[in-house]
Design a protein around this ligand. Sequence first.
Ligand SMILES: [Fe+2]
Length: 577
Amino acid sequence: MYILGLSALEHDSAAALVTDQGIVAAIEESKLTRTPGKGGVPYQAIQFCLDRAGIKAKDVEKLAVASCPLPTWVRHAALQSRRYDRHASGALPPGLDDLIDELRRLPPEATDQGPAGPMGRTDPTAPTGRALPLEHHLCHGASAFFASPFDRAAILTLDEHGHSCCGTAALGEGTNIRPLRSTAFPNSIGWLYSQVTALLGFEPHLEEHKTQWLSLEGDGADGLKALFDDVLGRPCGGLPQIDLSYLRPEFTGRGAFAARFYQRLGSESERSFRLTDALARQIAASFHQACARVLVECVEQLFEETGVRNVCLAGGLFINALLVAAIEKAVGLGSVFAQPAAGNAGSAFGSAWLAWHQVLGRPRFRPLSSLDWGPSFATEDIKNVLDNCKARYRWFDTEAQRVEATTEALAQADIVAWHQGATEFGPRALGHRSILASPWAPYIKENLNHYVKHREPFRPFAIAVPEEDCARYFECSRLVRFMASLGWVRPDARVLLKDLALPGDQIRLYAVERGTNPLLWQLLKEWGKRSPAPFLINTSFNLFGEPLVVTPRDAVRSFFCSGIDAMLIDGFFVSKS
Ligand SMILES: [Fe+2]
């Protein structure tokens, strides 16, 4: 059986294909179209999933869509399929339009659910066709719970708004997710996060990660902490309860905050408000601390209500590894599972799993172990691209040679791009589309920022470490396999990482498992023989705010448009010297 899951809200659309073997293909549309945050119908992602499995759209037995309002999506899909030749790029694969038609024929109540309405067609007793519209937050919840190692867990989903619903508390048991309650816009901590991002001068919906990391630059001034504690209030029933008197939800950006908010900041009004760098740092820190407090309280309330001491987290807010780490630290490492592609894209496989487990009652798969579900490329195809670009390269037959060449380059303080195997799903580089460097190379942070990443100095780099070596140097949970949380540097290891550790001895950490990424694991082990520790800086292989590179041509373009010194792509070692 094949179930195709789609995320198709207005941003971050994606497709995922589930079979008896689990997820066999998944990719975000943005990575294929090279457009950050791409929304709408994920045409190219759908085609990739079908091609990867070697099937046609007619072979898809269920189409699970994590998206409301579906009528808009269906209209768009129908329009596209009429406008384009069926085989042209941008059209639905032949046969999938039948499923879209089926969605269109569903009664409005099945496709237009508000937060207080029925929780999607997830009731196994409800009549189901091939096309399943599923409630957005239940799909977020399914993406976390069914990926987790827990048989029973509280579930908390929070995002800006998925068709006006901004969060859901639920209980997961076996193959069933039972919603407890939801909260509606504008009571949205995700939306508030975007407005604070805009207040700080960043791009809302794209640069929330900057607010996240800027928060580590401040210590949270007393007055500001009190303000954000008041704005965020006390949660109820495991969900945040924002004091809306501080907000004007009909507006966005700086205009979203009411005069009362600016007065607490010491300004008469929005117009007289002046943001300095120091104030921005303190606002980010105070807001982050208030968010962390509220989320910990939400989780504690759910633990109390359900009697379960495990929690699964998803929804765009939980892409924020700093908040996940704060929850883990408060309620216990090992009792939290944050789905690593927590935003809307992840609801593509959430919807497929919800259909597979809850609608069809099929047994659970093994817990999530890797996210390498995207496109991979044949050696011959990679060679053709390199030759076409007149790139200079050496070919290495064996893994040992590839590791040796890369280690040698890293020892020369080179910055090395690493393009291996299938593209990882989600926003983070997990050793398939990474940039690697020695943490002990002189001025390495400055070089990475100046010559490659072109980003703010306050944004931290992650360290890749063989998983079995993590405990020696760090305190951490298994979430660092996916970079979904942070680690804490042990006192003995501080001297090794003094330029990369964050306040409170926190560190961005990527634990590399031998079974799921053997080549990178070998590289770290080999590197550890000639270095103070088996650590490498691991950052995403992308430039200028683009999504992670996917194809060899994406990789070559990024390689030659940046100060990356060398690249290992399959067995081809490309260098500029
Ligand atoms: Fe969402």
